[in-house]
Design a protein around this ligand. Structure first.
Ligand code: ADP
Ligand code: ZN
Ligand code: MG
Length: 470
């Protein structure tokens, strides 16, 4: 736990995520908040025309329950939606439909952090402020939004960042949200306080944190700011602060409203739900439908001997993970998976950064043939790199590429001997040093041999021939 001047920081997170449903939360408009043109996906419901009625999106409810089951939270027996009243141009009803007293999910644990609740609400429209007027785009209005609240049990910035990343992985694994912070698909608000005693200090909420790096930086900054303020005799006021990226600091936006200000009350337009009567929404049933969760995959890979770093790469990169999964499925037990891991997480990872090829050409079969060629000393690691690059850009199977591009490593003594003889003849002084016992000179000759054969010589074979010839 990081302490600062004897103060203990406490952090609780509130995280929103846009759900990836076909349609919006309470109407049949397409859920496409980033649609090319403003106001393409709107209707009387999501623009709050009088006389319209909301209809709950069952998929959105199911997605939140799936998240709840994954974190082993309690799924509601009973739930209802509430109106959260406030006025702003991006919320045309002058209330947001949210959940207050009966959230879909209560409790649960993620990344070692206890959760308070997960509930469902609707996203707002977006405003665009011009010099003398503002424009409102309703494509995002009514998009299903999940809100997850943690208990105030986090005590440092890094754990907060890790929590956010793990939630992002979970949402992607469940296919419920893309959860990109940069795009606003996931929005992290950090509540931060510091205290020297067992009693919590006054919390400050920091918003508009558009990357995990910023989440970390804002928390670090805010902890220091609060401690210095208290140390110089000021009292912390409960407020909402934003993040100033240029100045790398938080700044005051407004004093925080309390729940009372919102006048929450149950939305009379939406029926109440007895979820316990819906068989498919029971925790046991949902649990059976869950895919392998990020932390389960993590322990499986670690148990296989995959390094922690490579494991995280696979967790975050679906393309690379699919290739690795394919290799694991098709490989027999004796394959050295560490080699497969290395080629995938370094070479293939490098290749897919450029869009000049097609990663599906690097099939698990191709990968396995390549690995067996390496194991038989037919292919050098240089040759393997070239092979992957050709496979990615042009396609072809491993053996075909090796033949066509002359990548096979030469272990043929008859071929290598004259080359080595020539190198030795050209470097008599180095030969003398080697004979005198300077082992480093061996590397020099092997290097020259590799160069002369454009990397195709088998280095062990070269070393053997050099030893024979001197
Ligand atoms: P509010 O009523 O102001 O919304 P809540 O009690 O609902 O406050 O908590 C909102 C978030 O703030 C939660 O994530 C919670 O863990 C966190 N939180 C509450 N009190 C503190 C505190 N003293 N310091 C840090 N975080 C806190
Ligand atoms: Zn609509
Ligand atoms: Mg609250």
């Amino acid at each position: 736990m990081t302490e600062y001047k004897g103060y203990k920081p406490t952090i609780g997170l509130e995280i929103h995520a846009e759900l990836h449903t076909e349609t919006k939360m309470f109407c049949e408009c397409k859920n496409d908040p980033f649609a090319g043109e403003p106001n393409m996906h709107i209707c009387p419901v999501c623009t709050a025309q009088p006389g319209t009625l909301p209809m709950v999106n069952k998929k959105a409810v199911e997605q939140v329950l799936r998240v709840g089951a994954a974190v082993d939270g309690g799924l509601a027996d009973f739930t209802e939606f509430d109106r959260k009243n406030y006025f702003y141009p991006d919320i045309p009803k002058a209330y947001q439909i949210s959940q207050y007293k009966y959230p879909l999910v209560s409790g649960g644990v993620l990344s070692g952090v206890e959760l308070t609740r997960i509930h469902l609400e609707e996203d707002t429209a977006t405003s665009q402020h011009e010099s003398d007027h503002s424009l409102v785009n309703f494509n995002r209005a009514g998009v299903p939004l999940m809100e997850l609240v943690t208990e105030p049990v986090i005590h440092d910035a890094e754990s907060a960042m890790n929590f956010g990343r793990e939630l992002q992985l979970l949402l992607r694994t469940l296919g419920v949200s893309e959860a990109n912070l940069e795009k606003g698909e996931m929005r992290v608000e950090a509540n931060i306080s510091v205290s020297k005693t067992d009693e919590f200090g006054t919390k400050v909420e920091v918003k508009n944190l558009n990357s995990f790096k910023i989440v970390g930086a804002a928390i670090e900054y805010e902890i220091k700011r609060q401690v210095e303020a208290i140390e110089s005799g000021e009292t912390i006021i409960q407020e909402t602060r934003g993040w100033d990226e240029d100045g790398q600091k938080t700044f005051s936006q407004r004093t925080k409203e309390s729940a009372d200000d919102y006048r929450y009350f149950p939305d009379p337009d939406i029926p109440k739900f007895k979820l316990s009567e819906i068989q498919e929404f029971s925790k046991d049933v949902i649990k059976k439908t869950l895919p392998e969760l990020p932390w389960q995959k993590r322990s499986r890979y670690i148990a296989l001997g995959v390094s922690e770093e490579a494991t995280e790469t696979f967790l975050y990169n679906q393309t690379l993970d699919e290739l690795f999964t394919g290799v694991l499925e098709e490989a027999d037990k004796n394959i050295d998976i560490s080699k497969a891991v290395n080629y995938i997480t370094s070479d293939v990872a490098g290749l897919i950064k450029n869009e000049d090829g097609d990663v599906t050409r690097i099939t698990p079969e191709n990968m396995l043939v390549m690995l067996s060629m390496i194991a038989r000393n037919e292919l050098s690691s240089r040759g393997a790199k070239d092979m992957l690059s050709i496979m990615y850009k042009e396609g072809g199977d491993a053996e075909g590429i090796a033949a066509k591009h002359d990548l096979l490593q030469s272990s043929n003594t008859d071929e290598l001997k004259p080359i080595v003889e020539k190198i030795l003849a050209e470097n008599p002084d180095v030969v003398e040093k080697l004979k005198a016992g300077d082992g480093k000179m061996m590397q020099f000759f092997i290097g020259q041999g590799m160069k002369a054969t454009q990397g195709k010589a088998n280095p062990q074979m070269l070393s053997q021939i050099i030893k024979e010839l001197i």
